[in-house]
Design a protein around this ligand. Structure first.
Ligand code: G3P
Length: 217
């Protein structure tokens, strides 16, 4: 499973890339707002740092303007993937951009049927939002399994990019369910490294090593 970093914070992306944990990056308007920097400037910086796919979301809601925005975003760097919402106009945009060899990440997916339509439209990635389904009492992770089964049944090339992941458990369940990609906030990536028994064991090893009075360097 690939890891994309779900942030527009260049410092956080760099820190994850240093550990080989940034196979790509996803951004959205809320993350761009949080970064507090000009959209195109921050995208250019991310694309120069990360060779993998970098998702940049359109702002318009109608297909004609979304297509125009998608073309502009795609010109920023060869690794840009244009993020479009899972609406009828978004699917039309995805189709049109695919015909121009511009990759799309279809976002805000909350059902298997939506994911089926995105694959038919030629999406490079589908982004089901696990955490937001959990928020409304549904079982977000079940959707990952459903999409995996449907895409495998028909050999769709669209990559399953699990999004809105809020916990290490979400990440593990995505890997078990066969997601191609998990896009993960940097804080959750750091949490994946943690275990209380690791901390406890390390405290003992450190104390015992100090008691030997030795030095490696
Ligand atoms: O990639 C989409 C993701 O950023 C949404 O996450 O936590 O805002 O639902 P969240």
């Amino acid at each position: 499973m690939k890891f994309f970093v779900d942030t527009a914070d260049i410092g956080e992306i760099r820190a994850c890339a240093e550990l080989g944990l940034a196979d790509g990056v996803t951004t959205n308007p809320s993350l761009v707002k949080k970064a507090g920097r000009p959209f195109k400037e921050v995208l250019a910086e991310i694309c120069a740092l990360i060779p993998g796919p970098v998702s940049a979301e359109v702002a318009a809601l109608d297909a004609e303007t979304m297509i125009a925005e998608g073309r502009v975003l795609a010109k920023l760097a060869p690794n840009i993937v244009v993020k479009v919402p899972l609406t009828w106009d978004g699917l039309k945009t995805c189709r049109m951009l695919a015909q121009e060899n511009i990759r799309s990440n279809v976002t805000l997916c909350f059902s298997a049927n939506q994911a089926l339509l995105a694959a038919k439209a030629g999406a490079a990635y589908i982004s089901p939002f696990v955490g937001r389904l959990d928020d409304v009492g549904a079982e977000g992770m079940a959707l990952i399994g459903e999409i995996r089964a449907i895409y495998d049944n028909y050999g769709f090339a669209t990559q399953l990019l699990a999004a809105s992941l809020r916990s290490p458990e979400h990440v593990k369940q995505c890997a078990l369910a066969g997601a191609d990609v998990a896009t993960v906030p940097p804080g959750i990536l750091r949490e994946l490294a943690k275990h209380p028994l690791t901390d406890k064991g390390l405290a003992t090893f450190s104390a015992d090593w100090a008691a030997t009075g030795q030095s490696i360097l």
